[in-house]
Design a protein around this ligand. Structure first.
Ligand code: HDD
Length: 713
């Protein structure tokens, strides 16, 4: 195993390729685009010092012209995103299932570029929107680029790509006034959802904590669709791809999400960037759920239906390798903005299925890059360039940056010696899986896709009590923001089909009754989907009582690495106490930050000056995972003198975070809203840091939540 440090400097083939495109301007003269050195870039060329600017001024024109064209259209969805470079490493060959080099060669370190995103918001919107997160990984494999373009939820809203524009138009800001930004809580979205019951499964996931992750590094990823793996004999297996984060799956509360959006709308982007810069490289293991072709129809749901997951308790996830992200991009636009993911990018050993959502995606992604990146030659942009050699007869067009030699650009040819030539399957030539098809051409939806309620119900049943409470609050918030009564009624009617206790609680918060039936929309011409009553299953299927893997209560709680610990101090804080806590926390990989009444430095009781990480007026408790306050009388007096420190403590308590205090800081706690200092499992008074560390690893003390809810912070 290489050390973490070596990982950072490992030069992968992709990195070598990118290096050729990097430009370094340090110690270099300023020039025009033609390389002409410039002696004034502050003043335009004029007819006299107070005269009009001359058309002749090519320096002015070039500078302004470039500026005028700096922006490209943002992604139609997933516009807000953050990316990083890294690699993928295979633990053991899975040649029984796939012949792909990435899945058979354990000696490889395949370079990757991953981009995480929200879906609905614009490029500059907040990271903490309640939303699905995109989880896209580009593998630069030796046999060609493979893109696994997934999300942090294992299912999707709709079953057929034909409905994607409708889904997105409903969730995006409303077209008349472009309100609300990066939020699903509005009438048009719930109008669509309530008329389209297939959305309900993904919808309830969005109501869960999965939609407000603590960190991009603490979320799962899913390929969602069932794909195929093909082995060297041409035998196929169905597969679903899973990414499992090393740090576990953790989220913030909605109250925090709202406040983080104000305090630091780049919270996730900054967290990813800083973790990589600090050498805490995020890791995910890649897992597979494999299903034999002959078992395709043994499930209570259709494997081709992207609104269904295969519970891990029914088909276990086999871990086969890991992805490590160890390098931040050099330039956001060149890399993170220009990267183009295409679900159609596959390599021999991996193939598609007939999932109708996937089939439509195979068109959309290539197509959209044309309006985003402006040319079909986008594969030549450094971040998109494969490490496998590209040689074909596809020529010309905007921004062709290569100079293909020779007279021929067609196949077959004899003048060019028949080159570039074809490869047999044995030589690595791609060969589509030969699926037998015997069917009528028909525009319809398979009946096997019809059950829209069993899996949302399974999801809800599988959640812990605190997760269920969050779902109830989320529905109440989202529907509470809707203004049109019949939309809320239809939603309550549908939620009732998922779980009647859930519907009742949401209805109570809305001040409404759960309807026992609903009126059909006035205009029946809007399509069969709109007839939600007709889509009710005769009976909800219960193929599992619960699927514990769906709940975040069963995730990993064994590390405090990269957790941000706020330490509140003023001048005169007690160094001996602080040192014990700091050393213990940092030994476990946590990041300790000093927050003081002012910026600059604070002096401890031993006379040493300490750099302040944030003045209290520039920060908020929601940006931290836990709180420690050392003693020292003058320090505590300074904290008590500024109300925001008390708010900081109250809020940390409200959000169920671990809190540790020593010395006189106990008195400070007594002046806050915390009432049960000695009874709370995650509050520590003058204790050694072991318990505090364990409590931070638990992420939150949800047992406190009832008391915490009443804290007016
Ligand atoms: Fe999509 C971007 C994920 C269905 C059309 N999608 C995009 C991105 C992710 C996903 C992560 C951002 C990639 C990046 O970081 O650049 N999309 C999904 C998943 C889906 C899905 C997991 C269902 C399982 N998408 C989907 C459908 C369509 C699209 C059905 C169209 C028929 N998606 C697009 C797009 C985007 C896109 C419009 C916008 C920017 C881009 O492709 O490059 O083509």
């Amino acid at each position: 195993m290489k050390s973490e440090d070596t990982h950072k400097t490992v030069s992968t083939r992709k990195d070598e390729q990118l290096k050729k495109h990097r430009v370094d301007y340090s110690n270099q003269p300023l020039t025009t685009k033609q390389g002409l050195k410039i002696n004034d870039t502050n003043n335009s060329l004029k007819s006299g010092p107070r005269g009009a600017t001359l058309l002749e001024d090519f320096l002015l024109r070039e500078k302004i012209h470039n500026f005028d064209h700096e922006r490209i259209p943002e992604r139609i969805v997933h516009a807000r995103g953050s990316g990083a470079h890294g690699y993928f490493e295979l633990y053991d060959s899975i040649e029984a299932y796939s012949k792909a080099g990435i899945f058979t060669d354990t000696s490889r370190k395949t370079p990757v570029f991953a981009r995480f995103s929200t879906v609905a918001g614009s490029k500059g919107s907040t990271d903490l929107a309640r939303d699905v997160r995109g989880f896209a990984v580009k593998f630069y494999t030796e046999e060609g680029t493979w893109d696994l373009v997934g999300n942090n939820m294992p299912i999707f809203f709709i079953q057929d790509a034909m409905k994607f524009p409708d889904l997105i138009h409903s969730v995006k800001p409303e077209p008349n006034n472009e309100i609300p930004q990066a939020a699903s809580a509005h009438d048009t979205f719930y109008d669509f959802v309530s008329l389209t019951p297939e959305t309900l499964h993904n919808q309830i996931w969005v109501m869960s904590d999965r939609a407000i992750p603590r960190s991009l590094r603490m979320m799962e990823g899913f390929g969602i669709h069932t794909f195929r793996l093909i082995n060297a004999e041409g035998k196929a297996h169905f597969v679903k791809f899973h990414w499992k984060p090393k740090l576990g799956v953790h989220s913030v509360t909605w109250d925090e999400a709202v406040k983080i959006s104000g305090a630091d709308s780049d919270f996730h982007r900054r967290d990813l960037w800083e973790a990589i810069e600090a050498g805490h490289y995020p890791e995910w293991e890649l897992g597979l759920q494999i299903v034999a072709e002959e078992d395709e129809h043994k499930f209570d749901f259709d494997l081709l239906d992207p609104t269904k997951l295969i519970p891990e308790e029914m088909v276990a996830v086999t871990i086969i390798g890991k992805m490590v992200l160890n390098r931040n991009p050099e330039n956001f636009f060149a890399e993170t903005e220009q990267v183009a993911f295409l679900p159609g990018n596959i390599v021999p050993g991996i193939d598609f299925t007939n999932d109708p959502l996937l089939q439509g995606r195979l068109f959309s992604y290539r197509d959209t890059q044309l309006s985003r990146l402006g040319t079909h030659n986008f594969h030549q942009i450094p971040i998109n360039k494969p490490i496998a050699e590209v040689r074909n007869n596809q020529r010309d067009g905007h921004m062709q940056t290569e100079i293909p030699k020779g007279r021929t650009a067609y196949f077959p040819n004899s003048i060019g010696g028949g080159c570039p030539y074809l490869s047999t399957v044995a030589e690595g030539g791609f060969d589509s899986y030969q699926e037998r098809i015997d069917a009528k051409k028909i525009r319809t939806r398979s009946e096997s896709f019809n059950d829209h309620f069993s899996q949302p119900a399974l999801f809800y049943r599988s959640l812990s009590d605190w997760e269920k409470e969050h779902v109830i609050s989320a529905y109440s918030f989202e529907l509470g923001k809707c203004e049109i009564e019949h939309i809320k009624e239809r939603m309550l009617y549908l939620i009732d089909q998922i779980d009647s206790s859930l519907a009742e609680k949401v209805a109570k918060n809305l001040g409404m009754e759960v309807p026992s039936s609903i009126e059909k929309p006035i205009n029946q011409a809007i399509g069969a989907d709109a007839d939600v009553e007709a889509q009710q299953p005769t009976e909800k299927k219960i193929y599992l009582d619960e699927s514990p893997k769906l709940s975040q209560a069963h995730t990993t709680f064994d590390s405090i690495a990269t957790r941000q610990i706020a330490v509140l101090v003023g001048n005169g804080f007690r160094m001996s106490e602080f040192k014990i806590a700091k050393d213990a926390l940092e030994k476990e990989g946590a990041v300790v930050k000093l927050i003081a009444p002012h910026g600059g430095t604070v002096t401890c009781d031993e006379g040493m000056e300490h750099q302040v990480d944030a003045a209290i007026m520039t920060t908020e408790s929601v940006l931290f995972d836990a709180l420690y306050i050392p003693g020292g009388k003058p320090s505590i007096e300074a904290l008590r003198a500024q109300a925001k420190f008390t708010k900081f403590v109250n809020e940390s308590y409200k959000h169920c975070k671990a809190i540790s205090v020593s010395g006189e800081a106990e008195d400070f706690l007594k002046h806050t809203a915390i009432i049960d200092i000695r009874e709370d499992e995650a509050i520590f008074v003058n204790e050694n840091p072991i318990g505090f560390i364990k409590a931070i690893a638990q992420h939150r003390n949800w047992k406190r939540r009832e008391k915490a809810e009443n804290i007016p912070a």
